[in-house]
Design a protein. Structure first.
Length: 186
């Protein structure tokens, strides 16, 4: 049976808790001898092939200049086991501390980019900045995933999803409906 919902007004600045269910990621970057990790709760797939991801990083964030200047970064996908690190990284600035050391994370060399991968993360997506047209106006980076590594197990990890106001949800039960899903011809 379909449910009808009673609704109330919502301040527009709170809509993110309904639109940001993608996994919270840790974005690592390097420019010259400086590295950083930032927590990011919003990103969007823009294209499948080439694999493009869009994300907004405020210019006030230390990672912004590292990524803008190096034209690359790594999107690292952590699991619930790293929730304390996810929150801690998001609450500190890499301008003042080495986040790899502070949060006991292991940097690894990428296969294509110079930005470090995070060994403790479930997946690592090496990215190149491919479009900066929206950077000056919206701080919006368009990234191309140029290499990716993912753990072999589990198939569906427990990822963390930020809902705003300090609330997180954890990915849950998988629902498969193969009879209703039609694969697109790409």
């Amino acid at each position: 049976m379909k449910r009808e919902y009673k609704k109330t007004a919502l301040p527009v600045w709170e809509i993110r808790k309904f639109l940001e269910p993608g996994p919270t990621v840790l974005v690592s970057s390097r420019w010259q001898n400086k590295t950083n990790i930032m927590t990011m709760g919003w990103h969007t797939v823009m294209e499948f092939s080439p694999s493009l991801i869009g994300c907004m990083i405020t210019s006030a964030n230390y990672s912004y200049e590292l990524i803008r200047k190096s034209k690359e970064c790594v999107i690292n996908i952590p699991t619930l086991q790293l929730i304390d690190e996810i929150i801690g990284i998001g609450n500190t600035s890499g301008a003042h501390i080495d986040k790899f050391s502070k949060f006991a994370l292991t940097p690894e060399d990428g296969r294509i980019v110079k930005a470090p991968l995070i060994k403790e993360c479930y997946a690592n997506l090496e990215c190149k900045v491919v479009d900066t047209q929206l950077l000056a106006t919206y701080n919006f980076f368009i990234l191309e995933v140029v290499d990716a590594q993912v753990a072999t197990y589990p198939k569906y990890p427990k990822t963390v999803h930020y809902r705003g106001e300090g609330a997180f949800m954890v990915s849950g039960k998988q629902v498969k409906l193969p009879g209703k899903f039609k694969k697109q011809n790409l």
